[in-house]
Write a protein that binds this ligand. Structure first.
Ligand code: UDP
Length: 431
């Protein structure tokens, strides 16, 4: 028996205690989790799910219910003070969040509604809901405390709680979603060898990234006809490996052969001070005499990003570690090849020689070689860009992510239904 038919999949609650899916996407405070939950919710509703998303109210003026596309809405529950609070305080608000969640009138008519929790705080809520209701439970981590605290000598009290909850999310849920094979192996290595894991990647907006063509992007940025654009997009953090990229640009096979502009995008908003890493990188740029050929754009808005990605000849992601990495799929959606470190999620998103190239992390010579290969061959660059676009449409568009999650949910629900009917038939025979 199949539980759901096309157009009527049943009811799902997406729980995101600290990442409000209803805040406008594109605003500064919308981070990865808000966007993920909102896009997944909308995509599932289009597939026929009835989607309710639950988050915490952080401002007394916020609407308590926000309607998105048909079948998809957000509930903002009262849990703790109605303002932004830190994670430690947030943990203490979870019992109130749970009580509020359980009081929302149910409209679901399914035997086993589904909950999908996001991040360990919501994972706690999921674990507790299970004690009150017969639900199927799916969890996405978004970040793993076990990896974060691996190198730290003494961990704070809240971290111990987090690690235990992350373990429960794997062992006690029906399924944990990992966004890449790297996260899956991290879960097995650091969290538990019990529990089900399915890989479903993060997504990106393929209408937004890809809307500007290369020629328009270059014109908007005022690039000279022969000037190649090498792009970095991301935070200033030593683990992002910006130093490797800057040093690669100073290698003779790049510096002496091409007229280029290195654009380093990211950092604080105007008026805010960037961290030490930006100063360190600027000092290296000066030391290597690259100042005239380098632009620090500062933080770029979602509206500005597509033209940079489209105009670039190559987008470089030199991270030392990257659990997933949205930047490569944004670049690929914009038809720009990616040169990335051969680590973590980047090994999953970038297909070497097909959508870009992979290089060992911190390998300055290797990055220089890979960047030069793409810069010297514009036809190959365009082919890599086209394949990147196709790969993103197939695997990393939000509609594809929703379809992949839909398959995971259905297979778990079908199993639960088989178990349920098997146990009720057994009870009938006995009775
Ligand atoms: N980003 C942005 N403006 C910038 C720099 C980065 O909007 O100036 C975005 C970027 O497009 C991506 C996100 O920040 O969506 C970074 O996500 P990623 O997974 O690549 O790295 P993280 O910061 O999560 O380590």
């Amino acid at each position: 028996m199949s539980y759901a038919t096309e157009g009527h999949r049943g009811h799902i609650s997406l729980i995101s205690v600290h990442g409000d899916p209803a805040i406008p996407i594109g605003k500064e405070e919308a981070g990865g989790q808000n966007v993920y939950v909102r896009r997944v919710g909308e995509g599932l509703a289009r597939l026929g799910w009835q989607v309710d998303m639950f988050t915490r109210r952080t401002d007394p003026n916020q609407d308590s219910i926000v309607y998105h596309n048909p079948g998809c809405r957000t509930f903002r529950l009262k849990a703790g003070p109605e303002r932004f609070i830190n994670r430690q305080e947030l943990f203490e608000c979870l019992p109130e969040f749970l009580r509020e969640f359980l009081q929302v009138p149910r409209t679901d008519d399914t035997l086993h509604p589904l909950i999908h929790t996001n991040y360990w705080l919501s994972g706690w809520v999921g674990r507790e809901i299970r004690k009150h209701r017969p639900v199927s439970w799916v969890h996405t981590y978004h970040s793993l405390g076990a990896v974060k605290y691996d190198t730290v000598e003494s961990i704070p009290e809240i971290a111990k709680t987090r690690l235990q909850i992350e373990k429960d999310c794997l062992e006690k849920s029906d399924c944990a979603i990992s966004t890449s094979p790297q996260e899956q192996s991290d879960l097995r290595e650091y969290v538990s060898d019990k529990g089900n894991i399915e890989i479903v990647p993060c997504g990106t907006n393929t209408d937004h990234f890809g809307e500007v063509d290369r020629h328009t992007g270059r014109t908007l940025l005022g690039l000279e006809p022969e000037e190649k654009l090498v792009l970095y997009v991301g935070r200033f953090d030593p683990r992002k490996g910006i130093e490797t990229l800057v040093r690669a640009m100073a290698q003779p096979q790049v510096r002496d052969r091409f007229s280029f502009r290195l654009a380093i995008a990211g950092g604080s908003r105007p008026g805010h001070k960037d961290g030490d890493e930006r100063e360190r990188i600027e000092a290296i740029v000066d030391e290597l005499n690259l100042r005239d050929r380098t632009t620090f754009t500062g933080q770029l808005s979602r509206t500005e990003l597509p033209k940079y990605f489209a105009a670039a000849d190559v987008c470089v992601v030199p991270s030392h570690y990257e659990p997933f990495g949205l930047v490569p799929i944004e670049a690929m959606a914009s038809r720009t090849p990616v040169v990335a470190s051969d680590v973590g999620g980047l090994k999953f998103t970038v297909v070497p020689e097909e959508t870009g190239l992979l290089v060992p992390p911190k390998d300055v010579e290797g990055f220089a070689e890979a960047i030069a290969r793409i810069l010297e061959n514009p036809q190959w660059r365009d082919r890599l860009g086209e394949s990147g676009r196709q790969r993103v449409e197939e695997h990393f568009s939000w509609s594809s992510v929703a379809r992949q999650l839909d398959r995971v949910y259905q297979s778990h629900l079908n199993q639960l239904y088989r178990d349920f009917f098997a146990s009720s038939s057994a009870a009938e025979i006995r009775g």
